[in-house]
Design a protein around this ligand. Structure first.
Ligand code: PEP
Length: 260
């Protein structure tokens, strides 16, 4: 089964709702002019919560073929949880995806593997596709090898997930996020293959075959093609380089400019 590559832009806390409009329009026209809105690569943007309504309206009005996602969600559905955002609200705004367990949330907001697992359940409950982020720090890589941390994190995140659930996994080595220190394609492949094996062991061969596993960490137009050549890398979660329309468009067009 061929998996449609997914190139996802995590804006983090960048671009307000007015800047978001300019950015999405520019990205759309750059890709359209290049003849690259043909569905061969799925494009998803993950703006801050305050931009989502604006981006949704723009995508809808101009029939822009980008998927929309949020960067986090609450484990709760509704109620007295000040500052939290329910998956139900995201679904109403046509979000298809939600990032869960990004290392910045694990690190700065104390998100444990158990919280990540609860958020995965919340996403699935509300019909959102979780993008489950896993990855090791440099210290952890040196201590326990390249795959142990990511395998353990994903194993907990998948507890209670049904075999037919749609989700995405993003391998994001912490040492490569926003550092310019990119993993080699071989390093990415090794961990992505180990993560696919976890999916196979937990949910079966079909789930492993259809689920997209992304690499994330200092992806740029100059290195994306080398990752996409790896058999277990099905796309990229892109941070910094997703904020510059021409650069993000060049990443999305990796097949064209390098001839993969
Ligand atoms: C990320 O934060 O998901 C990420 C991969 O960031 P960057 O591309 O900037 O390393």
């Amino acid at each position: 089964m061929a998996r449609t590559p997914l190139i996802a832009g995590n804006w983090k806390m960048n671009l307000d709702h007015l800047q978001a409009v300019a950015f999405v329009q520019k990205l759309h026209w750059t890709l359209k002019d290049a003849g690259h809105e043909d569905g061969s690569v799925e494009v998803a943007v993950f703006p801050p919560f305050t931009d989502i309504r604006t981006v949704q309206t723009l995508i809808d009005a101009d029939k822009i073929p980008f998927a929309l996602g949020a960067q986090d969600l609450s484990t709760k559905d509704a109620g007295a949880y000040t500052g939290e955002i329910s998956g139900a609200f995201l679904k109403k705004l046509d979000c298809g995806y939600v990032i869960i367990g990004h290392s910045e949330r694990r690190d700065y907001h104390g998100e444990t593997d158990e919280i990540v697992a609860a958020k995965v359940q919340a996403a699935l409950k509300h019909g959102l596709v979780p993008v489950i982020c896993v990855g090791e720090t440099l210290e952890q890589r040196e201590e326990s090898g390249p795959t142990a941390v990511s395998v353990a994190q994903l194993t907990v995140a998948l507890e209670g997930v049904p075999a037919d659930a749609e989700f995405v996994v993003a391998y994001e080595p912490v040492w490569a996020i926003g550092t310019g220190q990119v993993a080699s394609p071989e390093q990415a492949q090794e961990v992505c293959a180990a993560l696919r094996a976890v999916i196979a062991d937990t949910l079966g061969a079909d789930a492993a075959e259809r689920t997209r596993v992304l690499y994330g960490g200092s992806v740029k137009s100059g290195n994306i093609a080398s990752f996409m050549r790896e058999p277990d890398v099905d796309g990229a979660l892109v941070g910094g380089a997703s904020l510059v329309a021409e650069e993000f468009a060049a990443i999305i067009r990796y097949q064209k400019h390098v001839g993969v």
